[in-house]
Structures are given as structure tokens and as C-alpha cells.
Design a protein around this ligand. Structure first.
Ligand code: DLL
Length: 434
């Protein structure tokens, strides 16, 4: 039998979950209406009163929330609690440096840690295990999310954060880490480094990993499992809802169980915004029914997936979502970092260049490579090679600072980037995620 962190919830009857979700939705709708002017206005506009929401089935009466709403209310405008109740802030990258800011009360941190603890337990972690966390620590939710999850379940968190790969391997070896948490692309790189260092992965105590924050294929899963001699699990989340642990894979690996007692999922047709039946792909939408500081109502994630309410062979009754197969907007995820083409454009324009550019993303040795081709002005083109190289270096440094990820910059001849008669093709994503 599978092990659960919270068997009462993870294997609860659908009737019990329905009642719990209904009670929590009613409470959160009042919280949102009473404490967030944005929601009060939205509800008033469609003539909806909090009292109109009586069960979870009424959720479709509620309006949607989108990322732009968070930006428009930057940084704290959608928070439902006063500052003295906040215990943590995180943020995820956004256009023109404006981030999406999220806040947590102590209870919200506990909810999030519970999700991460469920994910770790589903991947086989126990209290005696050491959890090596190589997600970045900081405003990004990856590092601290898994860290608190590990502590919540009583395991030992090893907060390595990302970077310095040889040292990561040394720590895996010396500390005898049992589980590894990082992006799948970084797991590939760690695996390669293990092999390059002449270490037989079967000699490492490591037995499983929780990988997420970016899309990854079954093919990549097999490569990671082989190079590190472990079992690889998927973990999903987004800062706006909590962070990692919104959903997670069990040993069956037939989808990711959603912590639907806190984060109620729907899948809607991205064009009509009508809910679609189980098994049909559409846009994933979450309502934070168990959170206090940022009670988002029907938040459109832009992630494309399908739901499955059939009971899983692992014994969990929590609904499963398929691995997200892409996004309905243009956000790129480069080595786990969210990058919007508009941010790239912002940097280019700031440096006085023309907005004639193209982003090409490829994957080499399982690491994302972002190349930016930018047209030079006639003036720069006629300058010395040294001047051109200096400009390239300046753009590269500015990209790194603004995007938090490195890019290869190619300054190209004037008029060499194809013009489009319709929407400009800014991004060529050559990565294959099957
Ligand atoms: O990436 C939280 C996270 C950290 C999840 C560590 C898992 C592990 P954000 O930076 O806000 O939060 O980015 C959220 O990343 O909407 C998806 O598009 C994508 N994403 C996250 N997990 C997965 C996954 C974190 N397992 C955005 N598969 C989401 C595919 C994922 N895409």
C-alpha cells in the first residue's frame, strides 16, 4: 500500500471532499468580498453576492482572475489581510520587471508545506530521509517550498539551492541524500556531472527525485532515472496559488494528484471559458479555498491539461491532472525561470536598440539555451568589430540582470530578421517536449 502524509484527506470519500470544499468556498468568498476591493467590485459588477455561493457547484458563478489583475494591483492590492498577519512574501517574474507578488499568513505557509509534504511522502520520503533541495531559494517558491515540506514531514532538509554542480554531487555523496528536488533540466545536468566525475550512480544512496517548475517529457524522465539511478516524480505548482505541491505524482505516475481540499481545480475551454469534461484538455483554473492572504478566485493558470476524477490505484481519491503540456500564453520557461518575450523586448529597447529581434530556444544536453537575435542599426553595423562585441556584452549582462537567466546574444545585419504581416513571430521554440 502507498504511504500518505494525510490519509484522512488524501483518501477521503468524494462526498466528504464535496462538503469540505463547499464549506471552504463559502468562507473564502466572504473573505475575498469583505477584504479585497477588487473582488467586491467584480462581484458587484455581475450582481453576485457572497450569499449566492452555497456549495462548491456554484463555483461557475464566480468571475475569473488573471495574471494581469495581480499586476494591476501590484504589489499588495489583492491581499485580504493586514500587513501584521503576513509572514512571508514571494514573487514570480513578470513583464518589464513588474513581478507577481504573493503573500502568506502563517496558516497559508502551513497549507503550502502540507502540499509539499504530501508530495514528498507520495514519492516515498520518510522521516529518516535527507531531502537535498537544489531549487533556488529566494523569491522563487521552489527552494523554500520543498524545504518547509521536508521539515513538515519530519525529514531532514538540506538547503543546497542551485548552482555549483560539482559541489551538489559532492554533497549527494558525502551527506548521503535520499531524495533530490530540482528542475528536471537541472537533474539531467547533475546526472551528467555524476557520470563525468566517474561516479557510479548506483553507489549513491539517492533513490528518488521530485522534479517540476517546467514541462518535461517521459523521455526525459527515463534519462534522469538512468543517469542518477533513481525514480523520478513530477511535482507541480505556481506561486500565485502556493508554490510547489499544488499537485504531485504518486507511485502509479498516471497524473498528478491535486490538493483539492485547498486548491480547487477546474479545466475550462480557453476560448469559451466553459468547463470541459474529464479527459478533455483545456486551461487549468484554481480557486484558493483554503488560503487567507491571497484568496484568488478562479485563477487562470494558462497551463493546459486535463482532469481525471477516477480513483487512483494508489488509494488516493484526490483528482488527478495530466502533466501540463504547455501554456496558452507566451510565457517561456528557461531552465525553470519564467521569461516573457516582452521582458526581452524591454531590455533591447532600454539599450536603445530597435525592437527587431527573435528569440530561439533550443535544448542541448537537456539544458535550455536561449539565443536572442537582434538587428543592428545601420550605424552600429558600420562600427568596428570591437564596438559590436562590446554592445553584445552589454546586452548579455542586461538580460542576465533583468531575466535572471543567461542568453546568447547575436547582433545581426540590418533587415535580416523576417518581418511578418500578421503577428510578429518573436519566439521560435525548438525544444521537443513529447
Ligand atoms: O514553478 C513552482 C514550482 C517550484 C513548481 C518547484 C514545482 C517545483 P512559478 O515560478 O510561479 O512557480 O511558475 C509556475 O511553472 O504555471 C507552469 O507553467 C510551470 N510549471 C510548474 N510546475 C510544472 C510541472 C513554480 N511540473 C509555472 N510541469 C506554472 C510543467 C510546470 N510545468
Amino acid at each position: 500500500m502507498d504511504r500518505y502524509f494525510n490519509p484522512e484527506i488524501e483518501t477521503a470519500s468524494r462526498e466528504y471532499l464535496w462538503a469540505l470544499q463547499s464549506a471552504r468556498l463559502i468562507k473564502m468568498v466572504h473573505n475575498a468580498y469583505d477584504h479585497v476591493p477588487f473582488y467586491q467590485k467584480k462581484f458587484d459588477e455581475i450582481g453576485l453576492l457572497p450569499g449566492d455561493i452555497k456549495t462548491i457547484d456554484d463555483i461557475t458563478k464566480l468571475p475569473f482572475t488573471v495574471k494581469q489583475d495581480l499586476r494591476d494591483n501590484y504589489p499588495f492590492g489583492l491581499f485580504a489581510v493586514p500587513k501584521d498577519r503576513l509572514v512571508r512574501i514571494h514573487a514570480s517574474s513578470g513583464t518589464t520587471g513588474k513581478q507577481t507578488v504573493v503573500g502568506y499568513t502563517q496558516n497559508d505557509i502551513d497549507v503550502w508545506a502540507e502540499g509539499a509534504a504530501r508530495a514528498l511522502t507520495a514519492a516515498g520520503a520518510t522521516k529518516t530521509d535527507s531531502i537535498h533541495v537544489s531549487y533556488g531559494y529566494g523569491l522563487f517558491t521552489g527552494g523554500l517550498g520543498l524545504h518547509y515540506g521536508a521539515e513538515k514531514m519530519g525529514a531532514t532538509a538540506i538547503p543546497v539551492s542551485s548552482g555549483n554542480t560539482k559541489r551538489q554531487v559532492q554533497i549527494l555523496q558525502d551527506f548521503g541524500s535520499d531524495l533530490l528536488c530540482c528542475t528536471p533540466s537541472y537533474a539531467m545536468f547533475i546526472g551528467e556531472t555524476v557520470n563525468r566525475m566517474g561516479i557510479d550512480p548506483t553507489t549513491l544512496p539517492l533513490r528518488a527525485g521530485l522534479f517540476g517548475a517546467e514541462p518535461w517529457s517521459e523521455n526525459m524522465r527515463r534519462q534522469i532515472e538512468k543517469s542518477l539511478a533513481i525514480k523520478a516524480y513530477d511535482i507541480y505548482g505556481l506561486s500565485e496559488i502556493a508554490g510547489p505541491g499544488v499537485s504531485y505524482e504518486c507511485r502509479m505516475q498516471t497524473g498528478l494528484h491535486v490538493c483539492e481540499d485547498y486548491f480547487y481545480p477546474e479545466v475550462v475551454d480557453p476560448d469559451t471559458l466553459q468547463p470541459v469534461p474529464d479527459g478533455t484538455y483545456g486551461e487549468l483554473v484554481f480557486t484558493c479555498i483554503g488560503k487567507e492572504a491571497l484568496p484568488l478566485v478562479r485563477y487562470r493558470t494558462r497551463d493546459i491539461c486535463a482532469l481525471n476524477h477516477e480513483q487512483c490505484a494508489c488509494g488516493r481519491t484526490l483528482v488527478k491532472m495530466t502533466k501540463p503540456k504547455g501554456r496558452s500564453d507566451d510565457m517561456l520557461i528557461i531552465r525553470g525561470v519564467n521569461v516573457f518575450p516582452s521582458q526581452v523586448e524591454h531590455v533591447i529597447l532600454e539599450l536603445g536598440m530597435e525592437p527587431n529581434y527573435q528569440i530561439v530556444v533550443t535544448r542541448e544536453n537537456n539544458l535550455d539555451i536561449m539565443e536572442v537575435y537582434i538587428e543592428m542599426s545601420e550605424k552600429l553595423f558600420s562600427d568596428s568589430v570591437r564596438k559590436i562585441e562590446e554592445t553584445e556584452a552589454r546586452i548579455k549582462a542586461a538580460m542576465q540582470t533583468t531575466l535572471g537567466v543567461s542568453a546568447v546574444i547575436h547582433l545581426v545585419e540590418p533587415q535580416s530578421i523576417p518581418r511578418s504581416e500578421g503577428k510578429a513571430v518573436r519566439v521560435i521554440d525548438k525544444r521537443v517536449i513529447d
